[in-house]
Design a protein around this ligand. Structure first.
Ligand SMILES: [Zn+2]
Length: 215
């Protein structure tokens, strides 16, 4: 299937060494996702260890998410690898959420259309905050904390349908533009398919790219 919204039932687990690194990175009051890891702040080798950790997150999340974007459900076989992003559900650039930068439940893979642009960016969807990540509530469907199937149905039609009048479902459909023309066109063409050819891959890229430019 080229589109599916999957309930994510597990998150990436860290070993002891990774937990130590994550604790250090999460403790800093600045952006530790992209920073240069100065030796005044970090032990030698942190940069490499961090790269390995990010690689592991992407590799394991691809398996956990069964190759689908956490927000729009597009199959990543339709998305160039460099356009598959590790997205922070709670924005990492917000002071309050910095400590969750490497929290594995705060990271999902999304296509760059959902992640990169005006759709999500650093928007704050938290409606209830707690230092305990599992207790946080969001206005959109949280891919790790909510079961998307209780909020949105993308199985039976090209339209994303709200389940049981779910407010979160409605909000996610609006925020991620799940029923915008781009998504309807692509789902209408490709939804039930199991494979696509090169021409169709190019079509997907051009439609998604076109809509990116319109923003
Ligand atoms: Zn997406």
């Amino acid at each position: 299937m080229m589109y599916q919204l999957k309930n994510i039932t597990t998150s990436v687990t860290y070993n002891a060494e990774e937990l130590e690194l994550v604790a250090l990175l999460n403790s800093k009051p600045f952006d530790t996702w992209n920073c240069k890891c100065p030796l005044t702040e970090f032990p030698r080798g942190t940069s490499t260890a961090r790269k390995n950790l990010k690689d592991k997150l992407k590799r394991e999340l691809l398996v956990i998410q069964e190759n689908y974007c956490a927000y729009c459900g597009i199959n990543f076989c339709l998305v160039t690898n460099s356009k598959i992003h590790r997205d922070h559900v709670l924005p990492k650039n917000t002071e309050r959420y910095r400590k969750f930068t490497y929290e594995s439940k705060n990271i999902v893979l999304s296509c760059d259309t959902c992640n990169g642009l005006d759709i999500k960016k650093d928007k704050d969807y938290v409606t209830y905050y707690s230092d305990d990540y599992d207790s946080i509530k969001t206005s959109i469907v949280h891919p790790h904390l909510d079961n998307v199937e209780e909020h949105i149905n993308l199985n039976n039609s090209i339209y994303a349908e709200v389940v049981n009048d779910s407010q979160k479902g409605k909000m996610s459909i609006i925020e991620f533009e799940l029923n915008c023309e781009r998504n309807l066109v692509l789902r209408g063409k490709l939804m039930q398919r199991t494979t696509v050819n090169t021409a169709e891959e190019q079509l997907v890229d051009s439609i998604m790219g076109h809509f990116r430019q319109l923003r």
